[in-house]
Design a protein around this ligand. Structure first.
Ligand code: ZN
Length: 468
Protein backbone atom coordinates (compact mmCIF):
# COMPACT_ATOMS: atom_id res chain seq x y z
CA UNK A 1 0.00 0.00 0.00
CA UNK A 2 1.24 3.45 -0.89
CA UNK A 3 2.72 5.18 2.17
CA UNK A 4 1.17 8.55 1.43
CA UNK A 5 -2.33 7.04 1.26
CA UNK A 6 -1.84 5.40 4.68
CA UNK A 7 -0.63 8.69 6.13
CA UNK A 8 -3.54 10.64 4.66
CA UNK A 9 -5.99 8.12 6.15
CA UNK A 10 -4.20 8.32 9.47
CA UNK A 11 -4.50 12.12 9.56
CA UNK A 12 -8.24 11.88 8.94
CA UNK A 13 -8.63 9.20 11.63
CA UNK A 14 -6.81 11.33 14.21
CA UNK A 15 -8.82 14.43 13.29
CA UNK A 16 -12.11 12.54 13.31
CA UNK A 17 -11.56 10.98 16.73
CA UNK A 18 -10.08 14.13 18.26
CA UNK A 19 -13.18 16.13 17.36
CA UNK A 20 -15.83 13.50 18.11
CA UNK A 21 -17.68 12.36 21.20
CA UNK A 22 -19.47 9.53 19.38
CA UNK A 23 -17.91 6.89 21.64
CA UNK A 24 -18.99 8.68 24.78
CA UNK A 25 -22.49 9.20 23.37
CA UNK A 26 -22.75 5.46 22.74
CA UNK A 27 -21.38 4.71 26.20
CA UNK A 28 -24.04 7.00 27.68
CA UNK A 29 -26.78 5.06 25.85
CA UNK A 30 -25.28 1.76 26.98
CA UNK A 31 -25.14 2.83 30.64
CA UNK A 32 -28.34 4.86 30.88
CA UNK A 33 -30.65 2.76 28.69
CA UNK A 34 -29.25 -0.74 28.98
CA UNK A 35 -27.93 -0.71 32.55
CA UNK A 36 -25.34 -3.35 33.28
CA UNK A 37 -25.91 -5.38 30.07
CA UNK A 38 -25.68 -8.42 32.29
CA UNK A 39 -25.88 -11.71 30.38
CA UNK A 40 -29.37 -13.13 30.00
CA UNK A 41 -31.22 -9.87 30.69
CA UNK A 42 -33.49 -7.91 28.36
CA UNK A 43 -31.04 -4.98 28.64
CA UNK A 44 -28.32 -7.22 27.25
CA UNK A 45 -30.48 -8.18 24.27
CA UNK A 46 -31.27 -4.53 23.54
CA UNK A 47 -27.63 -3.49 23.90
CA UNK A 48 -26.66 -6.11 21.31
CA UNK A 49 -29.22 -4.71 18.82
CA UNK A 50 -27.99 -1.19 19.49
CA UNK A 51 -24.34 -2.09 18.82
CA UNK A 52 -25.26 -4.00 15.63
CA UNK A 53 -27.13 -0.93 14.39
CA UNK A 54 -24.20 1.37 15.08
CA UNK A 55 -21.75 -0.96 13.29
CA UNK A 56 -24.07 -1.01 10.27
CA UNK A 57 -24.50 2.74 10.29
CA UNK A 58 -20.69 3.18 10.41
CA UNK A 59 -20.34 1.12 7.24
CA UNK A 60 -18.71 -1.96 8.74
CA UNK A 61 -18.87 -5.21 6.74
CA UNK A 62 -20.21 -8.65 7.67
CA UNK A 63 -22.05 -7.19 10.68
CA UNK A 64 -23.79 -9.99 12.58
CA UNK A 65 -24.31 -11.63 15.95
CA UNK A 66 -23.36 -15.17 16.96
CA UNK A 67 -25.67 -16.79 19.47
CA UNK A 68 -24.87 -19.34 22.15
CA UNK A 69 -26.42 -20.41 25.44
CA UNK A 70 -25.06 -19.63 28.87
CA UNK A 71 -26.07 -20.15 32.48
CA UNK A 72 -27.77 -16.86 33.32
CA UNK A 73 -27.39 -15.96 36.98
CA UNK A 74 -29.98 -13.85 38.78
CA UNK A 75 -29.27 -12.13 42.07
CA UNK A 76 -31.62 -12.51 45.01
CA UNK A 77 -31.53 -10.91 48.48
CA UNK A 78 -28.69 -12.05 50.75
CA UNK A 79 -28.20 -11.65 54.50
CA UNK A 80 -25.26 -12.00 56.85
CA UNK A 81 -25.69 -12.21 60.64
CA UNK A 82 -23.29 -12.78 63.46
CA UNK A 83 -24.71 -15.06 66.14
CA UNK A 84 -21.82 -15.00 68.64
CA UNK A 85 -20.17 -13.32 70.45
CA UNK A 86 -22.59 -10.54 69.38
CA UNK A 87 -25.79 -10.70 67.41
CA UNK A 88 -25.61 -8.23 64.52
CA UNK A 89 -26.65 -7.89 60.89
CA UNK A 90 -24.15 -6.86 58.20
CA UNK A 91 -24.97 -5.64 54.71
CA UNK A 92 -23.81 -8.09 52.03
CA UNK A 93 -24.35 -9.13 48.41
CA UNK A 94 -24.09 -12.51 46.71
CA UNK A 95 -21.22 -13.11 44.31
CA UNK A 96 -22.30 -14.33 40.84
CA UNK A 97 -22.87 -18.10 40.61
CA UNK A 98 -23.67 -18.28 44.27
CA UNK A 99 -26.98 -20.16 44.56
CA UNK A 100 -29.69 -20.38 47.23
CA UNK A 101 -28.08 -21.40 50.49
CA UNK A 102 -28.26 -21.26 54.26
CA UNK A 103 -25.07 -21.91 56.19
CA UNK A 104 -23.74 -21.26 59.68
CA UNK A 105 -20.17 -21.55 60.90
CA UNK A 106 -17.16 -19.99 62.51
CA UNK A 107 -15.44 -17.11 60.74
CA UNK A 108 -11.78 -17.46 59.72
CA UNK A 109 -10.01 -14.39 58.31
CA UNK A 110 -7.10 -15.13 55.94
CA UNK A 111 -6.15 -11.49 55.28
CA UNK A 112 -5.06 -10.94 51.66
CA UNK A 113 -5.48 -14.64 50.98
CA UNK A 114 -2.20 -15.20 49.16
CA UNK A 115 -1.07 -18.82 48.66
CA UNK A 116 1.26 -18.22 51.65
CA UNK A 117 -1.67 -17.06 53.82
CA UNK A 118 -3.61 -20.21 52.96
CA UNK A 119 -0.57 -22.40 53.58
CA UNK A 120 -0.09 -20.81 56.99
CA UNK A 121 -3.76 -21.35 57.84
CA UNK A 122 -3.46 -25.01 56.87
CA UNK A 123 -6.27 -27.19 58.12
CA UNK A 124 -7.65 -24.46 60.39
CA UNK A 125 -10.03 -23.32 57.62
CA UNK A 126 -11.73 -26.72 57.32
CA UNK A 127 -15.43 -26.40 58.20
CA UNK A 128 -15.15 -22.62 58.59
CA UNK A 129 -16.50 -19.62 56.72
CA UNK A 130 -13.39 -18.01 55.26
CA UNK A 131 -13.09 -14.27 54.74
CA UNK A 132 -10.38 -12.81 52.48
CA UNK A 133 -9.87 -9.19 51.52
CA UNK A 134 -9.71 -7.98 47.93
CA UNK A 135 -6.17 -6.65 47.89
CA UNK A 136 -3.53 -8.31 45.78
CA UNK A 137 -0.43 -7.34 47.76
CA UNK A 138 2.67 -6.09 45.92
CA UNK A 139 4.96 -8.21 48.12
CA UNK A 140 3.65 -11.38 46.50
CA UNK A 141 5.37 -12.10 43.18
CA UNK A 142 2.15 -12.03 41.11
CA UNK A 143 -1.45 -10.88 41.33
CA UNK A 144 -3.79 -13.06 43.35
CA UNK A 145 -7.33 -12.99 41.98
CA UNK A 146 -10.59 -13.44 43.85
CA UNK A 147 -11.27 -16.73 42.03
CA UNK A 148 -7.95 -18.13 43.21
CA UNK A 149 -8.68 -17.16 46.83
CA UNK A 150 -12.11 -18.79 46.61
CA UNK A 151 -10.56 -21.86 44.93
CA UNK A 152 -8.03 -22.23 47.75
CA UNK A 153 -10.67 -21.74 50.45
CA UNK A 154 -12.89 -24.44 48.94
CA UNK A 155 -9.95 -26.78 48.35
CA UNK A 156 -9.08 -26.35 52.03
CA UNK A 157 -12.56 -27.37 53.18
CA UNK A 158 -14.25 -23.97 53.77
CA UNK A 159 -18.07 -24.11 53.97
CA UNK A 160 -18.58 -20.47 52.97
CA UNK A 161 -16.63 -17.47 51.67
CA UNK A 162 -16.80 -13.73 52.39
CA UNK A 163 -15.13 -11.30 49.98
CA UNK A 164 -14.15 -8.13 51.82
CA UNK A 165 -13.58 -5.08 49.62
CA UNK A 166 -10.25 -3.39 50.39
CA UNK A 167 -10.98 0.16 49.24
CA UNK A 168 -13.07 1.95 51.87
CA UNK A 169 -16.38 3.69 51.17
CA UNK A 170 -19.11 1.29 52.30
CA UNK A 171 -19.24 -0.36 48.88
CA UNK A 172 -19.59 -4.09 48.42
CA UNK A 173 -17.46 -5.57 45.65
CA UNK A 174 -18.87 -8.21 43.35
CA UNK A 175 -17.15 -10.73 41.06
CA UNK A 176 -17.96 -14.25 39.94
CA UNK A 177 -17.28 -16.90 42.58
CA UNK A 178 -17.05 -19.66 39.99
CA UNK A 179 -17.03 -19.07 36.25
CA UNK A 180 -20.05 -20.04 34.23
CA UNK A 181 -21.59 -22.46 36.69
CA UNK A 182 -22.79 -22.66 40.31
CA UNK A 183 -20.16 -22.56 43.05
CA UNK A 184 -20.13 -25.28 45.72
CA UNK A 185 -20.33 -23.11 48.86
CA UNK A 186 -22.08 -19.78 49.63
CA UNK A 187 -19.97 -16.79 48.53
CA UNK A 188 -20.87 -13.21 49.46
CA UNK A 189 -19.26 -9.75 49.40
CA UNK A 190 -19.05 -7.16 52.17
CA UNK A 191 -17.64 -3.64 52.39
CA UNK A 192 -14.23 -2.91 53.91
CA UNK A 193 -15.99 -1.36 56.90
CA UNK A 194 -18.21 -4.40 57.50
CA UNK A 195 -15.22 -6.72 57.11
CA UNK A 196 -13.14 -4.73 59.60
CA UNK A 197 -16.00 -4.84 62.10
CA UNK A 198 -16.13 -8.63 61.75
CA UNK A 199 -12.37 -8.85 62.29
CA UNK A 200 -12.64 -6.64 65.41
CA UNK A 201 -15.45 -8.79 66.78
CA UNK A 202 -13.03 -11.74 66.77
CA UNK A 203 -11.17 -10.05 69.63
CA UNK A 204 -14.17 -10.86 71.84
CA UNK A 205 -14.09 -14.53 70.95
CA UNK A 206 -14.79 -16.86 68.00
CA UNK A 207 -17.29 -15.25 65.64
CA UNK A 208 -20.16 -17.43 64.42
CA UNK A 209 -21.86 -16.17 61.28
CA UNK A 210 -24.92 -17.17 59.30
CA UNK A 211 -25.27 -16.59 55.55
CA UNK A 212 -28.58 -16.83 53.72
CA UNK A 213 -28.78 -16.39 49.94
CA UNK A 214 -31.52 -16.79 47.31
CA UNK A 215 -29.88 -16.51 43.85
CA UNK A 216 -30.90 -18.60 40.84
CA UNK A 217 -29.37 -19.90 37.58
CA UNK A 218 -31.15 -20.78 34.34
CA UNK A 219 -30.08 -21.08 30.67
CA UNK A 220 -30.44 -18.06 28.38
CA UNK A 221 -29.06 -17.01 24.98
CA UNK A 222 -26.28 -14.44 24.63
CA UNK A 223 -24.47 -13.08 21.57
CA UNK A 224 -21.02 -12.15 20.35
CA UNK A 225 -21.36 -9.01 18.21
CA UNK A 226 -19.08 -9.15 15.16
CA UNK A 227 -18.15 -6.65 12.43
CA UNK A 228 -15.32 -6.54 9.89
CA UNK A 229 -13.37 -4.51 7.43
CA UNK A 230 -12.16 -6.98 4.81
CA UNK A 231 -8.50 -6.66 3.97
CA UNK A 232 -7.87 -5.32 0.48
CA UNK A 233 -4.47 -6.98 -0.02
CA UNK A 234 -4.38 -9.94 2.44
CA UNK A 235 -8.05 -10.68 3.28
CA UNK A 236 -7.34 -14.11 4.80
CA UNK A 237 -5.15 -12.68 7.54
CA UNK A 238 -7.11 -11.36 10.49
CA UNK A 239 -6.31 -8.91 13.27
CA UNK A 240 -9.00 -9.33 15.90
CA UNK A 241 -9.86 -6.39 18.15
CA UNK A 242 -12.29 -7.19 20.94
CA UNK A 243 -13.61 -6.22 24.34
CA UNK A 244 -16.41 -7.26 26.63
CA UNK A 245 -19.41 -4.95 26.74
CA UNK A 246 -21.11 -6.49 29.78
CA UNK A 247 -20.86 -5.08 33.29
CA UNK A 248 -21.70 -6.57 36.63
CA UNK A 249 -25.40 -6.48 37.52
CA UNK A 250 -24.92 -3.99 40.39
CA UNK A 251 -23.54 -1.16 38.19
CA UNK A 252 -23.56 0.26 34.64
CA UNK A 253 -19.97 -0.94 34.23
CA UNK A 254 -18.98 2.30 32.50
CA UNK A 255 -15.26 1.73 33.08
CA UNK A 256 -15.33 -2.08 33.16
CA UNK A 257 -15.82 -2.45 30.38
CA UNK A 258 -18.25 -0.13 28.64
CA UNK A 259 -15.34 2.19 27.87
CA UNK A 260 -13.21 -0.59 26.33
CA UNK A 261 -16.12 -1.79 24.21
CA UNK A 262 -16.67 1.76 22.93
CA UNK A 263 -12.96 2.06 22.11
CA UNK A 264 -13.46 -1.00 19.87
CA UNK A 265 -16.49 0.64 18.19
CA UNK A 266 -14.72 3.97 17.71
CA UNK A 267 -11.68 2.21 16.26
CA UNK A 268 -14.01 0.41 13.84
CA UNK A 269 -15.90 3.59 12.96
CA UNK A 270 -12.75 5.58 12.21
CA UNK A 271 -11.18 2.82 10.11
CA UNK A 272 -14.38 2.13 8.18
CA UNK A 273 -13.92 5.60 6.64
CA UNK A 274 -10.83 4.21 4.91
CA UNK A 275 -11.63 0.66 3.82
CA UNK A 276 -9.50 1.01 0.69
CA UNK A 277 -6.27 1.28 2.70
CA UNK A 278 -6.88 -1.71 4.99
CA UNK A 279 -4.43 -4.48 4.05
CA UNK A 280 -5.31 -7.41 6.30
CA UNK A 281 -8.83 -8.06 7.57
CA UNK A 282 -9.77 -6.24 10.77
CA UNK A 283 -12.39 -8.05 12.82
CA UNK A 284 -14.16 -6.35 15.71
CA UNK A 285 -15.82 -8.51 18.35
CA UNK A 286 -17.84 -7.33 21.34
CA UNK A 287 -18.08 -10.11 23.92
CA UNK A 288 -20.90 -10.71 26.44
CA UNK A 289 -20.58 -12.36 29.90
CA UNK A 290 -16.85 -11.79 30.38
CA UNK A 291 -17.51 -10.85 33.98
CA UNK A 292 -19.04 -14.19 34.83
CA UNK A 293 -16.65 -16.51 33.03
CA UNK A 294 -15.09 -15.21 29.76
CA UNK A 295 -18.08 -16.87 28.08
CA UNK A 296 -18.05 -14.74 24.93
CA UNK A 297 -14.40 -15.30 24.10
CA UNK A 298 -14.43 -19.00 25.04
CA UNK A 299 -17.37 -19.57 22.76
CA UNK A 300 -15.89 -17.44 19.99
CA UNK A 301 -12.73 -19.56 19.99
CA UNK A 302 -14.77 -22.75 20.16
CA UNK A 303 -17.13 -21.76 17.34
CA UNK A 304 -14.22 -20.72 15.08
CA UNK A 305 -11.77 -23.52 15.77
CA UNK A 306 -11.15 -24.12 12.04
CA UNK A 307 -10.16 -20.50 11.38
CA UNK A 308 -7.91 -19.80 14.35
CA UNK A 309 -4.75 -20.12 12.23
CA UNK A 310 -5.86 -17.01 10.31
CA UNK A 311 -5.86 -14.80 13.40
CA UNK A 312 -2.48 -13.11 13.52
CA UNK A 313 -3.13 -11.29 16.76
CA UNK A 314 -5.93 -10.76 19.27
CA UNK A 315 -6.16 -7.36 20.96
CA UNK A 316 -8.26 -7.40 24.12
CA UNK A 317 -9.34 -3.86 25.04
CA UNK A 318 -10.72 -4.71 28.49
CA UNK A 319 -9.74 -1.70 30.56
CA UNK A 320 -8.80 0.52 27.61
CA UNK A 321 -9.98 4.13 27.37
CA UNK A 322 -10.01 4.92 31.06
CA UNK A 323 -6.83 6.93 31.36
CA UNK A 324 -4.91 9.79 29.75
CA UNK A 325 -1.58 8.01 30.23
CA UNK A 326 0.36 7.15 27.07
CA UNK A 327 -1.10 3.92 25.72
CA UNK A 328 1.23 1.04 24.91
CA UNK A 329 0.97 -2.66 24.09
CA UNK A 330 0.61 -5.35 26.72
CA UNK A 331 1.38 -8.85 25.44
CA UNK A 332 0.02 -11.87 27.27
CA UNK A 333 2.34 -14.87 27.33
CA UNK A 334 5.91 -14.93 26.17
CA UNK A 335 5.98 -12.88 23.00
CA UNK A 336 9.30 -11.07 23.33
CA UNK A 337 9.74 -11.75 19.59
CA UNK A 338 7.06 -9.14 18.90
CA UNK A 339 8.66 -6.29 20.85
CA UNK A 340 10.74 -5.01 17.98
CA UNK A 341 7.81 -5.16 15.61
CA UNK A 342 5.69 -2.90 17.80
CA UNK A 343 8.65 -0.59 18.39
CA UNK A 344 9.11 -0.24 14.64
CA UNK A 345 5.41 0.59 14.28
CA UNK A 346 5.95 3.22 16.96
CA UNK A 347 8.74 4.68 14.81
CA UNK A 348 6.39 4.80 11.82
CA UNK A 349 3.78 6.53 13.99
CA UNK A 350 6.43 8.90 15.41
CA UNK A 351 5.24 7.88 18.86
CA UNK A 352 7.34 5.53 21.02
CA UNK A 353 5.30 2.44 21.92
CA UNK A 354 5.92 0.90 25.33
CA UNK A 355 5.67 -2.91 25.09
CA UNK A 356 5.47 -5.36 27.98
CA UNK A 357 5.01 -9.10 28.49
CA UNK A 358 2.71 -10.23 31.24
CA UNK A 359 0.27 -12.91 32.27
CA UNK A 360 -3.33 -12.52 33.31
CA UNK A 361 -5.89 -15.32 33.45
CA UNK A 362 -8.82 -12.99 33.89
CA UNK A 363 -10.02 -11.50 30.65
CA UNK A 364 -11.04 -12.35 27.09
CA UNK A 365 -7.53 -12.72 25.70
CA UNK A 366 -7.08 -15.95 27.68
CA UNK A 367 -9.02 -18.37 25.41
CA UNK A 368 -7.05 -17.04 22.41
CA UNK A 369 -3.78 -17.25 24.32
CA UNK A 370 -4.51 -20.85 25.34
CA UNK A 371 -5.11 -21.64 21.65
CA UNK A 372 -1.60 -20.37 20.92
CA UNK A 373 -2.64 -17.12 19.23
CA UNK A 374 -0.50 -14.06 19.98
CA UNK A 375 -2.69 -12.09 22.36
CA UNK A 376 -2.31 -8.68 23.88
CA UNK A 377 -4.06 -5.48 24.66
CA UNK A 378 -3.74 -1.75 24.88
CA UNK A 379 -2.49 -0.71 28.25
CA UNK A 380 -2.10 2.72 29.77
CA UNK A 381 1.22 2.25 31.51
CA UNK A 382 1.67 3.71 34.94
CA UNK A 383 3.90 2.77 37.85
CA UNK A 384 1.21 2.96 40.50
CA UNK A 385 -0.64 -0.26 41.16
CA UNK A 386 -2.80 -0.37 44.26
CA UNK A 387 -3.57 -4.07 43.95
CA UNK A 388 -7.29 -3.29 43.99
CA UNK A 389 -9.95 -2.57 41.34
CA UNK A 390 -10.75 1.02 42.24
CA UNK A 391 -14.39 1.59 41.27
CA UNK A 392 -14.57 -1.59 39.19
CA UNK A 393 -17.00 -4.31 40.32
CA UNK A 394 -18.74 -1.85 42.66
CA UNK A 395 -21.99 0.08 42.31
CA UNK A 396 -19.87 3.19 41.69
CA UNK A 397 -18.57 2.07 38.26
CA UNK A 398 -20.62 4.82 36.61
CA UNK A 399 -20.40 7.07 33.55
CA UNK A 400 -18.94 10.05 35.42
CA UNK A 401 -15.68 8.09 35.90
CA UNK A 402 -15.01 8.01 32.13
CA UNK A 403 -13.62 10.88 30.09
CA UNK A 404 -14.69 11.27 26.45
CA UNK A 405 -11.19 12.48 25.54
CA UNK A 406 -9.43 9.51 27.13
CA UNK A 407 -11.80 7.19 25.31
CA UNK A 408 -11.31 8.79 21.88
CA UNK A 409 -7.56 9.16 22.48
CA UNK A 410 -7.16 5.44 23.07
CA UNK A 411 -9.32 4.70 20.01
CA UNK A 412 -7.02 6.91 17.90
CA UNK A 413 -4.00 4.96 19.11
CA UNK A 414 -5.67 1.59 18.43
CA UNK A 415 -6.90 2.70 15.02
CA UNK A 416 -3.45 3.91 13.93
CA UNK A 417 -1.84 0.73 15.22
CA UNK A 418 -4.40 -1.46 13.42
CA UNK A 419 -4.11 0.52 10.18
CA UNK A 420 -0.34 0.17 10.13
CA UNK A 421 -0.32 -3.47 11.25
CA UNK A 422 -2.81 -4.35 8.52
CA UNK A 423 -0.36 -3.02 5.95
CA UNK A 424 2.82 -4.68 7.24
CA UNK A 425 3.95 -7.89 5.58
CA UNK A 426 6.66 -8.68 8.15
CA UNK A 427 4.49 -9.76 11.11
CA UNK A 428 6.83 -11.99 13.14
CA UNK A 429 4.11 -13.63 15.26
CA UNK A 430 2.75 -17.07 14.51
CA UNK A 431 0.34 -19.37 16.23
CA UNK A 432 2.02 -21.87 18.57
CA UNK A 433 0.62 -25.24 19.63
CA UNK A 434 -1.81 -25.51 22.55
CA UNK A 435 0.88 -27.47 24.38
CA UNK A 436 3.43 -24.69 23.85
CA UNK A 437 0.85 -22.12 25.02
CA UNK A 438 0.38 -24.01 28.28
CA UNK A 439 4.13 -24.27 28.74
CA UNK A 440 4.46 -20.52 28.15
CA UNK A 441 1.87 -19.98 30.88
CA UNK A 442 3.96 -22.12 33.20
CA UNK A 443 3.06 -24.63 35.93
CA UNK A 444 2.15 -22.04 38.58
CA UNK A 445 -0.57 -20.45 36.44
CA UNK A 446 -1.80 -23.80 35.15
CA UNK A 447 -2.23 -24.83 38.78
CA UNK A 448 -4.31 -21.71 39.43
CA UNK A 449 -6.58 -22.54 36.44
CA UNK A 450 -7.16 -25.98 37.96
CA UNK A 451 -7.84 -24.54 41.44
CA UNK A 452 -10.45 -22.28 39.85
CA UNK A 453 -12.01 -25.30 38.10
CA UNK A 454 -11.52 -23.95 34.56
CA UNK A 455 -9.26 -26.59 33.23
CA UNK A 456 -9.30 -28.69 30.97
CA UNK A 457 -9.92 -25.91 28.50
CA UNK A 458 -13.16 -26.99 26.82
CA UNK A 459 -14.52 -29.18 29.57
CA UNK A 460 -14.62 -26.79 32.47
CA UNK A 461 -18.04 -25.42 31.62
CA UNK A 462 -19.55 -28.04 29.28
CA UNK A 463 -23.08 -26.76 29.75
CA UNK A 464 -21.99 -23.31 28.60
CA UNK A 465 -19.94 -24.15 25.55
CA UNK A 466 -21.81 -24.58 22.27
CA UNK A 467 -20.31 -27.46 20.34
CA UNK A 468 -19.61 -26.58 16.71
ZN1 ZN B 1 -13.43 -6.16 32.42
Amino acid sequence: MDKSRIEAAERDIIAELATSVEGYKNLTVLCDEFGSRFGGTDEDRRAVDYMLQRFQEYGLENVHKEEFMHNAWTRGPATLHTIAPLSQEFKCISLPYNVASDVEGELFYVGHGTPDDFEAAGDAIRGKIVMANAKSPSFFHRGVHRCEKIGRAIAGGAIGFIWMRWDPGLLEETGAARWGKPVEVPCIGVSREAGEALVRMQEKGPVRVRIHTTDTVKPAPVWNVVAEIKGRTEPDKVILIGAHYDGHDIAPGAMDDGAGAMVVMETARALARHKDVIGKTLRFVLFPIEEIGLGGSYNYVNMHRDELDNIEMMFNLDGAGRSFAQPGVQLYGKWASLFNFFRSIGKEMKQPIQVANGISLYSDHLPFQLMGIPAGGIREFSDTNTGTRGWGHSAADTLDKVSPRALEGTAAFMARLALRMSNRTDWPGRRISEQAAQEALGPEYMEVLKLEKRWPFYEWIPELVTKP
